[in-house]
Design a protein around this ligand. Structure first.
Ligand SMILES: Cc1cc2nc3c(=O)[nH]c(=O)nc-3n(C[C@H](O)[C@H](O)[C@H](O)COP(=O)(O)OP(=O)(O)OC[C@H]3O[C@@H](n4cnc5c(N)ncnc54)[C@H](O)[C@@H]3O)c2cc1C
Length: 479
């Protein structure tokens, strides 16, 4: 048992034979060979391979306590600030491999499991606490890949809406028996659904009112009754020239159906406890540790976007124009802000009530409120800089055809021939215009929650007492 390589990951997923549906049919045969999954599964496999690469092994993994096997660094429960730095470096090595495009590289979910295991006592019940800890050990020992679903179907978001119990839509506990909890209904939105070993389910939403929704568990992705319904895939083909990003990093999003799914008791982390469910995200290190991982990736993604933008500017030689310089300075300011917030969160980290070294929430919450707003602006800047270049993008096949010579000549830019110019602008198109690009923008806007409610969270939690008192003192000043 040790951290896995890519081959083990792919074989394990293929053997699970998960119930995955796309374009009106169930996927039969190996998932890794299906066009919707093969590109991203290769990329995920590459990440696992890097754990065994001598150049990266020390950054990406650490020794188990008894030194008998190595564990992925994102499973490390940080006890010191140095541990946080180690975690950030590992996040960024993986993020660099996917140029920041894989929001669900395994470190995202490994971090979730690590944080909830670190505060396992929060789950209240002794058995649940033990289950959470055992699950963490299982994940670290087998390097388990996970997806998750934390939200309920988008039926009716009115604060006054309550679902009709007799006709479940949002997955709820419908029975407790000697084998475990029986879950029926649907949940959103498992990115990478079907291509991971396990599905982790945690509560949000209606649990405040109804204990049937106050559950948390993890089950193998091939559990009987569990289905993943994929959206249309944005993976068009495998050409790295035509679709440099979607051919590699298209992480399908899935709706998850639970058809009388039994969750065995030893996999139940929470049930029938609305009090704990409502405190899970505030009293645990979930938010700061997740945002630490996410911001580490966002720094890399921003660096890549800046690199693409500057390459476009150099290609068509527009760097002399002031508005271009201003646009690039916007990206630079964001990049440096994100980096500074990330480092500040580590410098001001402290041990939380569970003894885990936890990055400072304040700079991370600022980063989490900034990025969903600024990312669409990056995409707008790319369109404003690229202009017609983003649609003058014949395919590789066109270049290999009898008009290839003309294309190479007529589509040349100030610094490169037509083939190389189009290669760069196809990358920019896949970042800013393609279906993959549109989904990336939606992802950055929403994946960590509704930005409106994230901002409300910041308003609620950010302590301003000191500043208000200062103003009071000032108003009392006589001179
Ligand atoms: C590409 C993508 C990938 C994702 N991957 C995952 C995943 O892997 N796992 C997972 O669990 N989730 C995932 N999500 C879901 C993500 O967490 C949600 O999109 C996010 O929490 C917002 O919820 P919602 O989509 O249901 O939006 P809704 O809550 O339905 O919001 C729709 C609109 O209504 C407004 N609104 C609704 N309720 C309120 C309210 N109470 N107050 C104010 N305004 C309100 C919102 O501001 C928004 O404008 C993903 C989302 C996307 C887009």
């Amino acid at each position: 048992m040790s951290c896995i390589d890519g081959k083990t990951y792919v074989e394990r997923i293929n053997q699970l034979n998960n119930d995955v549906w796309i374009n009106g049919a169930k996927i039969t045969g190996h998932l890794s060979e299906h066009p919707a999954f093969n590109g991203v599964m290769k990329s995920q496999a590459k990440l696992y391979d890097m754990q065994h690469d001598p150049d990266y092994q020390e950054i990406l993994t650490y020794q188990s306590l008894n030194r008998s096997y190595r564990i992925g660094m994102s499973y490390l429960e940080p006890k010191t600030k140095e541990d946080l730095v180690k975690r950030r470096k590992a996040f960024q090595v993986w993020a660099r491999q996917s140029v920041g495009m894989m929001g669900r590289s395994p470190d995202y979910m490994n971090t979730v499991v690590m944080t909830f295991a670190a505060c396992a006592e929060l789950f209240g019940d002794k058995q649940c606490t033990e289950n959470m800890r055992n699950f963490y050990t299982y994940c670290t020992q087998h390097d388990i890949s996970l997806t998750h679903t934390f939200i309920q179907p988008q039926v009716n978001r009115s604060a006054l809406y309550f679902e009709n119990e007799s006709d479940a839509i949002a997955a709820r506990v419908i029975e407790e028996n000697k084998d475990g909890l029986v879950i029926h209904g649907a949940r959103l939105l498992a990115t990478q659904g079907g291509m991971t070993d396990e599905l982790l389910v945690f509560p949000t939403g209606a649990f405040h009112f109804d204990s049937a929704y106050a559950y948390a568990f993890s089950i193998p992705s091939n559990t009987t009754g569990l289905k993943f319904s994929c959206r249309e895939s944005f993976h068009v083909d495998e050409s790295g020239y035509d679709h440099p990003l979607s051919s590699r990093f298209e992480e399908v999003d899935t709706v998850v159906f639970f058809d009388h799914v039994t969750v065995p008791w030893d996999r139940v982390f929470l049930h029938n406890n609305t009090d704990v469910a409502s405190r899970l995200y505030t009293d645990s290190g979930f938010m700061p540790h997740q945002i630490h991982q996410v911001t580490s990736r966002n720094v890399i993604k921003t660096e890549f976007i800046l690199g693409v933008l500057q390459s476009m500017i150099d290609a068509i030689n527009i760097g002399e124009y002031q508005h271009i310089q201003e646009k690039i300075s916007e990206v630079i300011v964001t990049l440096e802000t994100l980096k500074a917030l990330l480092i500040a969160s580590e410098v001001h980290a402290s041990l939380d009530q569970w003894g885990t070294m936890t990055p400072d929430r304040k700079p991370l919450f600022a980063a989490m409120n900034l990025f969903p707003r600024i990312y669409p602006r990056f995409i707008e800047i790319m369109q404003l800089i690229g202009a017609s270049g983003l649609v003058s993008i014949p395919s590789d096949k066109d270049f290999q055809s009898h008009i290839g010579k003309e294309l190479k000549h007529y589509l040349q830019s100030a610094d490169r021939d037509g083939y190389e110019k189009v290669k760069l602008f196809r990358l920019a198109w896949d970042l800013s215009m393609s279906a993959f690009a549109g989904r990336q923008t939606l992802y950055e806007r929403f994946f960590f929650g509704d930005p409106v409610r994230l901002a409300s969270g910041l308003y609620r939690d950010y302590d301003r007492t000191e500043y208000v008192n200062w103003v009071k003192e000032f108003l009392k000043r006589k001179e």
